[in-house]
Ligand binder design. Structure first.
Ligand code: TXA
Ligand code: MG
Length: 314
């Protein structure tokens, strides 16, 4: 199957496939997702098989309205966050209701849930009438897809891929665990910490990257096939063909290929371009991709999180 335009007809076809227990790739504002009917255990199993994803790594449940979000237990705090940030790149970890199958949550008593801010995703989920369990549409551990073509090059034509253009945020959602008294940031992402703090007030947001509860927090992840290193002064570099991913200005040295994340120094633009440029550099047969660090504020936190994990894969 080629990449399909998100016409009403194709959205209906995609919903039919999902109803029948098949998988469908759909766009979101963060990255493309590989979706299945959350209530269909066999369909959800197919996601793990196709991605070669370990079964202990739970999935995010995507909803199109608050009624669908009733698969989780909301308290006041969760409601306030959903009101402010949904639809949008914030995933909330909340106590789950029994109707969510264990395969979705890897047997945890909590469920990850978010409402994506992409009209194609919302139209598809509404057409289905059930939430979609969906991880990013890439083989486990590899770069997330921010264009339909990325998904096609990973999995070929066996999947039904709904076109949704380039993902506007370009980085996965922020994951916030609300199952404990204090909110815990499990993954920095599309909603910056600063914005969360506006709603959560003085509540301290702890980071527990070592927590086994969030396996997407595995130390190495989001990796291109080409070795990647974060640039620093006096770095010893092996290899001849080197690509450079710069923050806002072209580098001084000579490189085989150069990409600039954001000539205007805007971290949102940098986030939106990150995976796209990494995919491009990864296609060039380079020996090494060198990446300049970005300021760790706003979306810079999520960008550096992805880069450190990519670096740790080698
Ligand atoms: O932006 C996104 O979040 C994208 C799009 C498709 O929505 N999805 C995405 O899914 O990034 P995935 O599967 O690549 O990452 C989901 C993360 C995993 O790291 C998983 O460990 C964590 O969510 N997660 C899911 N359920 C959890 C739970 N109950 N407790 C803690 N972490 C959970
Ligand atoms: Mg992923």
């Amino acid at each position: 199957m080629p990449i399909l335009k998100p016409t009403l007809d194709n959205i209906k076809k995609a919903a039919e496939l999902l109803r029948a227990g098949d998988l469908v790739v759909f766009p979101t504002e963060t990255v493309y997702g590989l979706g299945a009917n959350v209530f269909d255990e066999r369909a959800v199993t197919k996601i793990f098989e196709l991605k070669r994803r370990p079964y202990f790594d739970p999935l995010i449940v995507h909803v199109a309205d608050i009624a669908m979000a009733e698969v989780a237990v909301f308290d006041e705090r969760a409601r306030a966050l959903a009101k402010r940030f949904w639809p949008g790149p914030l995933t909330l970890i909340l106590p789950k209701k029994p109707k969510v199958p264990d395969i979705v949550t890897s047997g945890l008593s909590s469920v990850a849930i978010r409402m994506p801010a992409h009209e194609v995703a919302l139209a598809l989920i509404k057409e289905c009438g059930f939430p979609l369990a969906a991880p990013s549409a890439n083989p486990f551990g590899q770069l997330s897809p921010t264009r339909a073509e990325h998904v096609l090059s990973y999995f070929g034509e066996k999947l039904f891929i709904l076109e949704g253009g380039e993902c506007q945020v370009g980085l996965e959602s922020t994951i916030l665990d609300l199952t404990e008294k204090e909110p815990v940031l499990l993954r920095p992402g599309g909603v910056p910490m600063e914005a969360l703090k506006e709603v959560l007030g003085e509540i301290k947001i702890k980071r527990k990257p070592e927590k086994p509860k969030a396996p997407g927090q595995l130390k190495s992840h989001y990796a291109p096939r080409t070795p990647l290193k974060i640039w620093q002064k006096n770095l010893e570099i092996k290899g001849k063909k080197i690509g450079f991913l710069a923050f806002s200005k072209a580098p001084e040295g000579k490189y085989e290929a150069v990409r600039i994340l954001t000539p205007s120094g805007d971290l949102r633009e940098a986030a939106a371009n990150l995976f796209k440029y990494l995919h491009e550099l990864d296609q060039m047969g380079l020996d090494l991709i060198l990446v300049e660090p970005v300021p760790e504020e706003g979306l810079g936190l999520a960008i550096m999180d992805r880069l450190r994990k990519a670096e740790a894969a080698f």
